[in-house]
Write a protein that binds this ligand. Structure first.
Ligand code: TRP
Ligand code: SF4
Length: 334
């Protein structure tokens, strides 16, 4: 029997290169060897976007289309919508007895996200909602209701996984061995830097290249990327290791060409403008097949809907089966 993989994405915007290199490519590899549940976590997205339901709804379709465009095969992966699996909400309530409020406040992922959301949760998090504080509990329910054994995530998610494992252990201790304790799977690259040199590429940081960006947008973004600041004139030698243009060449430029970029930069025989133009060309080339596939789905949105419906039905079946076992263990199987 194949092991079960479960992971999720918040539908709050389109996928960018950070998602692709940090996670998406890993999913495409894993989809062949596992039973794969890929959750579009709309309920979780609402925990900090409850005032913008339109945005979340639109992005459920956007992000699904992006996932199909990067090569997620809907025949191998069950892509499903979190809100349609009511068992997740039910299990969240059961789990909420097994976690303390102080433990949630101490969760590093919650802490850092709370700090990023000052306008919603106040300067010291004094206006934090019950729902947001509790989303790690609902994420634990996401994972366990599908008996997820492996969870591919970025390292920022590890505290949430640890919290999930604690809840599962506690549940099994009290109610008997029922749930599977999941293991995180880190991808080889978990984090892609932004064009500005920031450690993380992020939508809210304004330093991301999206899969849907057109050539003009990509040109503008790459032209503004951070290079070695000591290079003033075209023929100054520079250090590619501190240049974001080189960092992105590394991701999309063929090996031999890359070596030329590196040595010419060090020698001072390459101007930054040309170097950027070459990167733009290579990025466009890299994104071309992704965009072509995306276009086919954009033109047939009913296919995307069907894929989500099919994935959600399979997920619902698995969740129902596990919920029966959970209720039995908790002696609420009336
Ligand atoms: N919290 C994850 C993120 O922000 C998304 C997510 C939701 C998730 N449910 C999950 C990840 C279950 C792994 C497993 O990226
Ligand atoms: Fe960066 Fe290229 Fe300029 Fe070197 S030549 S600093 S690699 S943009």
């Amino acid at each position: 029997m194949k092991k079960t993989i479960l992971t999720g994405l918040r539908p709050t915007g389109n996928l960018h290169l950070g998602h692709l290199f940090g996670a998406g490519q890993n999913y495409v590899k894993l989809q062949n060897d596992y039973e794969f549940f890929l959750e579009i976590a709309d309920v979780q997205a609402l925990t900090d976007n409850f005032n913008d339901p339109e945005k979340v709804r639109k992005n459920v379709y956007e992000i699904t289309t992006d996932l199909l465009a990067i090569g997620i095969d809907p025949n191998k992966v069950n892509i499903f919508i979190q809100s349609q699996i009511s068992e997740i909400a039910e299990l969240t309530i059961f789990f909420s007895n097994l976690v303390t409020i102080s433990r949630l406040y101490r969760n590093p992922t919650v802490k850092s996200e709370m700090a990023q959301k000052k306008e919603l949760f106040g300067n010291d998090g004094e206006s934090i909602t019950y729902g947001f504080l509790g989303y790690p509990v609902s994420q634990a329910a996401d994972i366990t209701i599908f008996s997820g054994e492996l969870v591919p995530v970025g390292d920022d998610q590890l505290p949430l996984l640890e919290q999930c494992r604690e809840i599962v252990r506690k549940f099994n201790n009290i109610y008997g061995n029922t749930l599977i304790e999941p293991q995180p799977v880190l991808s080889e690259t978990t984090r892609i830097k932004g064009l500005d040199g920031n450690d993380k590429m992020g939508k809210s940081l304004g330093n991301a290249i999206f899969l849907v960006d057109d050539e003009e947008t990509i040109t503008k973004k790459v032209m503004g990327a951070v290079t070695d600041p000591s290079k003033i004139k075209k023929d100054d030698p520079a250090n590619p290791d501190i240049c974001m243009v080189y960092y992105y060449h590394n991701l999309v430029t063929p090996k031999e060409e890359l070596e030329t970029v590196c040595s010419e930069c060090k020698k001072g025989t390459r101007g930054c403008v040309n170097c950027k133009k070459q990167l733009i060309k290579n990025l466009n080339e890299f994104l071309k097949p992704i965009k072509e596939r995306r276009k086919q789905y954009e033109e047939n949105p009913e296919i995307v809907k069907d894929i989500l419906e099919k994935g959600t039905n399979i997920a619902k079946k698995r969740a129902t089966e596990n919920m029966n076992k959970i209720k039995e263990a908790m002696k609420i199987d009336y």
